[in-house]
Design a protein around this ligand. Structure first.
Ligand SMILES: *Cc1c(COP(=O)(O)O)cnc(C)c1O
Length: 214
């Protein structure tokens, strides 16, 4: 059995003890398709990338012949890349400003497609991090839905590394409930179990499946 399948099976087993309702996004950034292919062939459906150009090169052809594959854009999305991102991806987890929202909206109309979108929240209030500030998420959400007709399905965060993430995950759940959203995208290789215990239903796992990235 390919090591990625083995790794994913172990992760699934752990997760199933806590929740039966979790989507595992296998984060395949930096890995070539040869490394990813065993998982695709084994029927795994959710894959995540953080760079548009890399994703287009890696996934465009494969997606044509695997209609069920769900591709997730996780990284910072520049407005000038939106025209390449919208046709390829099924989800965007990193919506973090109104210019980007407007660009996605107009591009979606052009190609007659509606992506599922998470608003990225700067939950640790960090200067250097992307994301909408906590107290601005609701008004940002309203604009995205009412003015731009986006399909906002949930909230995403990358919490500060140095602190206990449990509190941040809890805060994310509070905001999600207040707005009345369905999904939370939080939890990576180091903290997915805590994230799921706090209610996350989309975990983004890279190195624990594919190994270390250089
Ligand atoms: C790379 C990346 C991940 C996966 O990180 P691992 O620690 O390897 O699991 C998750 N989310 C985002 C936004 C990423 O860029």
């Amino acid at each position: 059995m390919h090591y990625t399948i083995n790794n994913l099976n172990l992760i699934k087993k752990e997760i199933n003890n806590i929740s039966s309702n979790v989507n595992i996004v296998a984060v395949s950034k930096t890995f070539n398709f040869e490394t990813i292919e065993p998982l695709v062939k084994n029927g795994h459906l959710h894959f995540g990338e953080n760079k548009v150009q890399e994703a287009v090169a890696k996934w465009s052809e494969i997606k044509k012949s695997n209609k069920n594959l769900q591709l997730h854009m996780l990284g910072k999305l520049q407005t000038n890349k939106v025209k390449y991102a919208v046709p390829l991806f099924d989800y965007i987890h990193s919506l973090d400003n109104i210019k980007l929202a407007e660009k996605i909206s107009s591009e979606q109309i052009k190609v007659q497609k509606k992506l599922k979108i998470f608003i990225q929240v700067n939950i640790g209030n960090e200067k250097q991090k992307n994301g909408i500030l906590k107290n601005e998420v609701k008004s940002f959400f309203d604009k995205c839905v009412e003015k731009l007709n986006l399909d906002i399905v949930g909230l995403m965060c990358i919490p500060p590394k140095e602190n206990s993430n449990k509190d941040y995950f809890g805060e994310m759940m509070e905001i999600k409930k207040k707005i009345g959203l369905e999904n939370l995208s939080m939890g990576m290789s180091s903290d997915y179990l805590d994230a799921i215990k706090a209610g996350s239903n989309f975990v983004r796992i890279g190195s624990k499946i594919f190994g270390d990235r250089n």
